[in-house]
Design a binder for this molecule. Structure first.
Ligand code: ATP
Ligand code: MG
Length: 409
């Protein structure tokens, strides 16, 4: 038993956080692990980052450690660099909120309880001492046992202070497979429109966290039933049950592809612009939509296998099957094999270039080169000519010098 406790001590689990706390305590301050790390400790799962809270001011923290970085000193946060980086934040409470998102000013306070009170949910409002003593003023542990997300204090007041919390509640519900406490859900249903005050970048991040969680369908159902979805463009409802089949495959852009496939509108691009998707994301979505459209009409051609990358091919076939119940004429392995069988993956893989063509035809550079290279790419993809100099030269003389094909000058 003693051994178990030793191994479970913060000293072993989070040696750097332990060291930070010990140094702060030795200097006469209080310090605790707080937030997500405590929640994950109680849930018995590994926490990625560990946050420390203290009654020392940022300047007092900086004096105690050799290497620190100011990241948000006005909010009380200093990064302390040991072998890992620990975020150390001064106990603070938040003043009035007038923009439904950020407090007008933060105030440093000297009591842990006040600091915990400003946090969003009971499960995120607990602290742990360096000897693993849990400080839990709001029943966070019980809520975790009941797999329940509950706002600290009056949910309507807390969501009016910061509307992002409403979406965080839903994201945590998808990530942790927790339900929302009745009052917390009702408060979101009442105040959902306040989400418009949150920047679309933050909304995008939270949606993507839902899509990369283990309970996407649950998260999306809550996004709709909480009415938050009403405030955002796009059809979130018609295919809501399809999200159960969604798999993001290591790429968040696939969430946008799946969402776009569900849209009746042709103007996907302006929808993606609204959500501030990057150009890379928009291109990925465009390819998936195009691959699915082709699949609706029949099997992909060799040129389709050439044009689309492996990921686009795989997700398009899976998403087409799950959203439109289209029969997919391939297994996943077959898709990968057919893709591999395409001899080139871009025109730069072709072993001849424009100079070769100019030499062979004894003709100056001009638009004809691009045209011949396009024809050649298609011929190679379709297996009519091998990607070898000798064969390409023969093909070129046969088709363009002696044959009927005449490239434009
Ligand atoms: P994750 O695993 O997603 O990082 P987390 O709980 O650590 O989860 P963070 O966004 O890193 O979440 O925030 C750290 C802590 O800060 C939270 O646990 C919570 O106590 C507090 N917090 C974060 N955002 C808010 C907010 N908008 N309102 C109130 N408290 C917040
Ligand atoms: Mg965190």
């Amino acid at each position: 038993m003693k051994e178990w406790r030793e191994n479970n001590m913060m000293k072993h689990r989070w040696p750097d956080a332990y060291q930070v706390i010990e140094i702060l305590e030795n200097a006469g301050f209080e310090a605790y692990v707080v937030g997500g790390a405590v929640r994950d400790f109680i849930r018995n799962v590994h926490a990625n980052d560990v946050d420390v809270t203290t009654n020392a001011t940022p300047n007092e923290v900086k004096q105690l450690f050799d290497r620190t970085i100011d990241v948000g000193i006005e909010h009380g946060t200093v990064l302390v660099i040991l072998s890992e980086t620990i975020e150390v934040t001064t106990f603070r409470s938040e003043d009035t909120y007038t923009d439904f998102r950020r407090p007008d000013k933060v105030m440093f306070v000297r009591s842990l309880e006040e600091d915990l009170q400003r946090r969003d949910f009971t499960m995120n409002a607990m602290a742990l001492t360096k000897s693993d003593e849990l400080i839990d003023y709001f029943g966070g542990r019980k809520d975790i046992e009941n797999k329940r997300i509950r706002a600290v204090g009056d949910p309507q007041k807390r969501f009016s202070e910061d509307a992002l919390r409403m979406l965080r509640a839903i994201r945590f519900s998808a990530q942790l497979d927790f339900s929302l406490h009745k009052d917390t859900l009702e408060a979101i249903q009442t105040l959902h429109h306040l989400i418009e005050h949150v920047s679309i970048e933050r909304v995008k991040v939270e949606l993507e966290k839902i899509w990369t969680s283990n309970n996407v369908e649950k998260g999306m159902h809550l996004f709709v039933s909480s009415r938050l979805a009403n405030n955002f463009p796009g059809d979130w409802e018609t295919f809501i049950n399809k999200w159960g089949n969604f798999n993001y495959f290591e790429n968040r852009a696939n969430g946008w592809a799946f969402f776009s496939l569900m849209q009746p509108s042709e103007d996907i691009n302006s929808l993606l612009n609204f959500y501030k998707c990057s150009n890379a994301e928009k291109l990925h979505v465009k390819h998936v939509l195009s691959a699915v459209e082709k699949l609706k009409k029949g099997p992909w051609t060799k040129q389709d296998f050439y044009q689309f990358n492996e990921e686009v091919l795989i997700v398009s076939s899976l998403y087409a099957a799950s959203i439109f119940t289209i029969h997919i004429p391939y297994t996943m392995d077959e898709i990968l094999q057919l893709k591999k069988a395409i001899p080139i993956s871009s025109s730069s893989d072709i072993v001849v270039n424009g100079n070769d063509l100019m030499n062979w035809k004894q003709q100056k550079r001009g638009p004809w080169i691009k045209e011949v290279l396009n024809e050649l790419t298609i011929a190679i993809i379709n297996g009519q000519v091998k990607n070898e100099r000798k064969q390409i030269k023969e093909w070129f003389f046969r088709e363009f010098i002696n044959g009927n094909l005449k490239p434009l000058d």
